[in-house]
Design a protein around this ligand. Sequence first.
Ligand SMILES: NC(=O)C1=CN([C@@H]2O[C@H](COP(=O)(O)OP(=O)(O)OC[C@H]3O[C@@H](n4cnc5c(N)ncnc54)[C@H](O)[C@@H]3O)[C@@H](O)[C@H]2O)[C@H](O)CC1
Ligand SMILES: [K+]
Length: 512
Amino acid sequence: MYIGGRQDLAALDQFTIEQVGLPGAVLMENAGSAIVSAVLSSYHDLDARILVLAGNGNNGGDGFVATRKLCDHGYNVELCLLPKEETLKGDALTHFLVYKNRGLPYSTMATMDKDKLQSKINCATIIIDAMIGSGMQGIIKDPFRSVIEMVNESTAYVLAVDIPSGLEADTGLVTELAIKADRTVTFVMPKKGFFLQDGPMYIGEWEIADISVPYQLAEKSTQSLPRLITNGDVYAQLPKRPSNSHKGTFGHGIVIGGSSSYVEAPIYSAKAAFHSGIGLVTLAVPEENYTISASQLPEALYIKLSNKEDHISPASLSDISFSTYKAIAIGPGLSRFKHGGKILEILFSKCQDQPIIIDADGLFYLKDYLHLVKEYKGPVIITPHPGEMAALLECSVEEIESNRLEVAKQFAKEHGVYVLLKGHRSIVEVPDGNTWVNPHGHDALARGGSGDVLTGLILSFICQHASPEQALVCATFLHARAAEVKAKKLSHYSVTPNAIIEGIPEILNDMR
Ligand SMILES: NC(=O)C1=CN([C@@H]2O[C@H](COP(=O)(O)OP(=O)(O)OC[C@H]3O[C@@H](n4cnc5c(N)ncnc54)[C@H](O)[C@@H]3O)[C@@H](O)[C@H]2O)[C@H](O)CC1
Ligand SMILES: [K+]
């Protein structure tokens, strides 16, 4: 499923009108009808007071259609047009005239004082936000500002038409204020802004409505659009498990990490790999961590790396026979120490072309070794959170967060790496240009150890013959879904990395 921005949607809309020959007024009729279907599917109480707040663009036009049809269904619905009537044009004007020709009532802000509007908003059970849609740009101006404030303070259920007013479709930015929707019915495809910056906090539950803009056009004409990871994508891309398999079928991976301060981190990665189907895992940890690690995870194989002070001695990596492993994960719990980058130097010189996943403190050292990544024959996967990405690029976290899609794309292209830019909605960027956005994510994941689990999942799927892209798509999605499911059961506060690991089989079992 693709996600698009303001211009992508406008281009599809225009193509449908001009080339396909479906008039804009028909698309608007369909859009308004989709809003009505959403109301009909959830609210059967005809006495519920519905207030439709409309702007003067096409988003408002959808609101006129919805109001007319809700009246026809017998709902207690009221239309309030916020800008002046004279500013209406095009399809929105057409549908406003249809509304008026039907003799249906409406009020405008020009004919109403602020207190009256406030009382209408206070009395509403449902507010339909048809003020501004994907055409929103810049800082929200009046007459919408004060109205958005009133709506956000009201107790009404808020249903946003296409996108909550005030939220930027391209960036997910809310400058000052936007409608906080309980539900968003979006047309043609979800907007990029739903999954960036402030977006996830404003859209509520969301669904897509078909308004007869042929969705296949997006696939033909907009190859570069990011894709949203769906359950179906993950099901299709999960490694298959032939019944006549043996442990070699599902690969042998190695996790290199740990230090005296971080004993658990590589164990979480290995456990996650075991819970998601890997054949064998070797843990290469400091020798002083061996006893506790082996007691927690006896099913792993172990390589005891010599310690230097409280961390791995980089030279000890030279003794690992890397050709044994189908993929390598490095970083969880490594800790930061002088000359730690030597670890990457040795790793890249000793590996042939197996996929290398670099996470956590491995990323801390990467900045000075990016040339090795470019020269390496195999795929390299990095999994930075915004802080780690900012350190790699020597910029601020804000700069990363306000340009997540662009930053991931640019980095992947420049260095030829797979980038998993973690966050509330994680992004997977493939060096060939494909972009995936994970619609799932949870505050439960904002905790030490959850990244180690994700690294283990990526390792596991690559060892089971998934491509790096497939592995990243599956791992990111499953990781977030496992956290969501566990948070529901255990509370938002109580999801430990081990709980996420235990959630993985639950999600895998439900995949279809
Ligand atoms: N194919 C489709 O997706 C269809 C979408 N429809 C709906 O149309 C809107 C997009 O319509 P558009 O006319 O381009 O813009 P909007 O109505 O979203 O907004 C324009 C309106 O808003 C004012 N405005 C813009 N920025 C600001 C601001 N910062 N502050 C205040 N006011 C602002 C601007 O001046 C205009 O008056 C899409 O979302 C769908 O809902 C079609 O109905 C069917 C096809
Ligand atoms: K809206």
